[in-house]
Design a protein around this ligand. Structure first.
Ligand code: SF4
Length: 346
């Protein structure tokens, strides 16, 4: 299709379809009378169906992309604020109220999962929140963490009340850690591995260690051997092998092939499984399609991340990379109003 008019019309139709799909989801939920107004949940997203955690209700404790790392493959795009400083970014009470409110809707939730716009352990309320959630529901709690702050006793203690912790470890040497995870300058991989070993000793729940492999960066046999030694010391319950199957922050980050992943799975032994989803469906909407849909909303009025999720029927993981690209290209900007961030056209 080389005619620019046709291309534009086709994109418009696609954008319209995405918008209609989002609307249809919202209407369906409203019809059921389950979710009265998804817009009131500022810190929750989903429930997102996931292979590992079933219907996972995401809890996001951070301002848009705040992390200790800036991974090559991050599906949220480049880190906006790289920090190791723990803070209470939002009102703990409000987050807990939202969770209570959501649980009243009766929507299926298999896991309450701390994840979202960066590294959740940067929020120093996480421990209290997990403990309070455990008092109000039997739904298991999972935390997805990049492991970097497990060097700290207070962070390890905060995660003790969770049922499942999914820490990541992509490197076993400082050199490869710098290449693949581009950490905050104060972070050292050896201390992080020791933090994981110490956490394993203290934590009674399940540890599913995730390793994400990037072609030509952390997949050499020498590195994998070192990584295996570190994993043996950590002794997780499961080893989840992943690769770059979603649009990454850096286009240079390339995935391994399914057959290469299979070999590595054999190498890591019986606890290992491949969690990378190589099916095309997840990649159907490209960041460019999503960017068009975002622009079409933002040009009408300032919108929050939640507005975009609800209207476009996309998760914040799916939205984030396109948002970053639009911010970098200065097509949109972030404005704060009454303690909330909105996207506006520049
Ligand atoms: S992949 Fe996770 S740890 Fe890495 S930069 Fe993105 S949010 Fe941070």
């Amino acid at each position: 299709m080389s005619d620019p008019k046709k291309v534009k019309n086709s994109i418009r139709t696609q954008v319209k379809k995405i918008g209609e799909a989002g609307k249809a989801i919202e209407n369906k939920n409203q019809e059921k009378g389950k979710i009265k107004s998804a817009k009131k949940f500022h810190h929750l997203y989903g429930p997102v169906p996931s292979r590992r955690l079933g219907y996972s209700l995401g809890v996001d404790l951070l301002p848009f992309k705040t992390c200790t790392l800036n991974c090559l493959y991050c599906q949220l795009g480049p880190t906006r604020k790289k920090t190791i400083r723990r803070k209470s970014f939002f009102s703990e009470k409000q987050i807990l109220e939202e969770i209570k409110e959501f649980l009243k809707t009766g929507v299926r939730v298999d896991f309450i999962t701390f994840s979202g716009s960066g590294e959740p352990t940067l929020n120093k309320s996480i421990g209290r929140l997990i403990r309070k959630i455990k008092k109000i529901t039997d739904i298991p709690v999972a935390v997805l963490t990049n492991s970097t702050l497990l060097t700290r006793a207070d962070v390890r203690k905060d995660l003790l009340a969770a049922d499942v912790v999914v820490p990541s470890l992509d490197a076993s040497t400082q050199e490869i850690f710098k290449k693949v995870n581009r950490p905050h300058p104060s972070l050292e991989i050896e201390k992080i591995i020791t933090g994981l070993v110490n956490f394993r000793k203290q934590f009674q729940g399940q540890i599913w260690l995730e390793i994400l492999l990037v072609r030509g960066v952390n997949d050499s046999s020498i590195h994998l051997q070192k990584l295996k030694k570190a994993v043996e010391k950590i002794d997780p319950d499961r080893i989840h092998l992943n690769t770059v199957v979603r649009p990454p922050a850096e286009k240079s980050a390339k995935p391994l092939l399914p057959k290469e992943m299979e070999k590595i799975k054999e190498f890591f032994g019986e606890k290992a499984e491949i969690v990378a989803n190589f099916h095309k469906k997840e990649q159907e909407k490209t960041p460019a399609d999503i960017a068009e849909a975002i622009i079409s909303m933002v040009q009408r009025r300032p919108v929050s991340l939640e507005d975009l999720e609800n209207s476009l029927g996309l998760t914040r993981e799916q939205l984030s990379l396109s948002l970053h690209r639009l911010l970098e290209a200065k097509k949109i900007k972030i404005v704060s109003h009454l303690n909330r961030d909105y996207f506006e056209l520049v």
